[in-house]
Design a protein around this ligand. Structure first.
Ligand code: PLP
Length: 491
């Protein structure tokens, strides 16, 4: 592309981005296309001859925007809401322009050193002690895989060279609420899904540290090898905070690796008064936080910090002859040694832009505002007879449901199945409305039927009180007038 042409189209793209960000709130949050709709409008083979950027951008408007669920929409409250912020988008654009592959220090000196600097800024901001270092990965799933690979190699030092054959089966402990990234990692690392042992949670969905200690002891007596524990600060279902300090004490006593999944909740520790969210994390061996969740960095950006970074290198360093470097670069950080990927994007640039643009105080204020908005929504739910909060709320996620029209006394007569179905329908209808988007989870308390919970997560910088109120009003408009299981025509 000749540079003049590039300049012209770049201007048009930047204008598009600015218009999109200004108006995204007017679009339906959840895309209205049906499965296959987009594919049906894309030719079966690539064009024989090149096409004009005008045509390509016109198709972006025609196909891509309507075929997108708008995570940057202020009414996006599903999963964990996120923000592709202005400074983050600008950083991402420049990353593409530089097209750096930061596998070795020499292939990306600025990328390597900014990555190390940003990781250290985040370490400090989260209140973690000096020494924690690591790398930026694409997702928390990858970060967790890397952490558990290091844990596996710590437990089985010969595994990297010889595999796991002949060794006692490894066990990784997590709660029933732990994100499936942990299970996938354990299976990928050769320990099988059977290598995960689930530890029960208490009534607030937090891992039971005493049950953990008993499980580890029992497994050891049974000839198994406890490899790691995954504790979560901000679980996916309800944003429960596991008792990391108590879990860390168990791990220290047993010599077991502790990985803390703070993918969503970790950044809350930057807010004055919320340091407790990561209480005990300083005792962990590794921790993941996702700047692409609650630190306003565009997807993808996950930060893995390990107490002893050499452990990561033991699992991943490589000595291919074409990658050797001369002195003094052998002493520089070569980030390819700390993870699976050789090729590494310059993700630190967008992170650096975001951390500098907002500053620690700006970030803390914005996270605090999200927590305030969620607490407001929680109060509306609590004040309504027909709705109920299903789990303690500490951060910016509320798990709740419609409980029936006639108040608390009538609930026992209602079938749990009907109530679940009614809430499922409410969710589908509210999302079809296009103003807001919420997601759901199934909550399992010991001895009870699984409960279908609606989840409202605040995490977008463009979300205001007005958007949260819109979500509540939209939900209230969909309340069925009778008990669950009847009056379905209203749903
Ligand atoms: N951990 C927790 C607590 C999560 O909620 C999620 C995703 O929402 C993940 C890990 C996985 O994150 P990623 O999509 O970055 O792999």
């Amino acid at each position: 592309m000749p540079i003049d042409e590039f300049r012209r189209h770049a201007g048009a793209v930047v204008d598009r981005i600015a218009d999109y960000l200004a108006d995204v709130g007017e679009l339906p949050v959840l895309s209205r296309v049906r499965p296959g709709d987009i594919r049906a409008r894309v030719p079966a083979a690539m064009p024989e001859e090149g096409e004009s950027m005008e045509d390509i951008l016109a198709d972006f408007d025609r196909l891509v925007v309507p075929g997108t669920t708008h995570w940057n929409h202020p009414g996006f409250f599903g999963y964990f809401a996120v923000t592709g912020s202005g400074p983050g988008i600008l950083g991402e654009m420049l990353t593409a322009a530089l097209n750096v592959n930061a596998m070795l220090w020499r292939t990306g000196p600025a990328a390597t050193e900014l990555e190390e600097a940003c990781l250290d800024w985040i370490r400090r901001a989260l209140g973690l002690p000096e020494g924690f270092a690591g790398e930026i990965t694409d997702t928390a799933s990858t970060s967790t895989l890397y952490a558990l690979a290091a844990a596996r190699d710590a437990a089985f030092p010969a595994a990297r060279a010889d595999g796991l054959a002949g060794l006692p089966p490894g066990r990784v402990y997590c709660s029933t609420e732990t994100h499936s990234a942990a299970h996938k990692s354990v299976a990928t690392l050769g320990m099988g899904y059977g290598g995960v042992r689930h530890i029960p949670v208490d009534g607030a969905f937090r891992m039971d540290a005493r049950a953990l200690a008993a499980a580890i002891r029992e497994d050891r007596q049974g000839g198994l090898m406890p490899v790691a524990v995954v504790a979560t600060t901000g679980t996916t279902g309800t944003a429960a905070i596991d008792p990391v300090r108590a879990i860390a004490e168990v791990c220290a006593g047993e010599g077991v690796w502790l990985h803390v999944d703070g993918a969503y909740g970790g950044p809350a520790a930057m807010v004055p008064g919320y340091e407790w969210v990561l209480d005990g994390a300083e005792l962990a061996d590794s921790i993941v936080v996702n700047p692409h969740k609650w630190l306003f960095v565009p997807i993808d950006c996950s930060v893995l910090l390990v107490k002893d970074r050499a452990r990561l290198a033991r699992a991943f360093s490589s000595t291919a002859s074409f990658l050797t470097v001369p002195e003094p670069e052998t002493r520089a950080t070569n980030l390819m040694d700390y993870g699976l990927a050789l090729g590494r994007r310059f993700r630190a640039l967008k992170l650096w832009f975001v951390l500098r643009y907002f500053g620690a105080n700006g970030i803390a204020e914005r996270i605090a505002e999200h927590i305030r908005l969620a607490s407001l929504f929680e109060a509306w739910v609590r004040d309504s007879e027909e709705w109920e909060v299903l789990a303690p709320r500490h951060l910016s996620l509320v798990a709740f449901r419609w409980r029936g029209p006639v108040g608390r006394a009538a609930l026992p007569a209602t079938s749990p199945h009907d109530l679940n179905e009614a809430n499922e329908r409410i969710l589908e209808r509210v999302n079809a409305g296009g103003e807001v988007f919420l997601s759901h989870t199934l909550l399992r308390r010991p001895g009870d039927e699984p409960v279908y919970a609606l989840r409202l997560a605040v995490g977008n910088l463009r979300t205001t009180e007005e958007h949260v109120r819109k979500a509540w009003e939209a939900l209230r408009r969909l309340e069925p007038p009778g008990p669950p299981g009847r009056h379905e025509e209203n749903l």
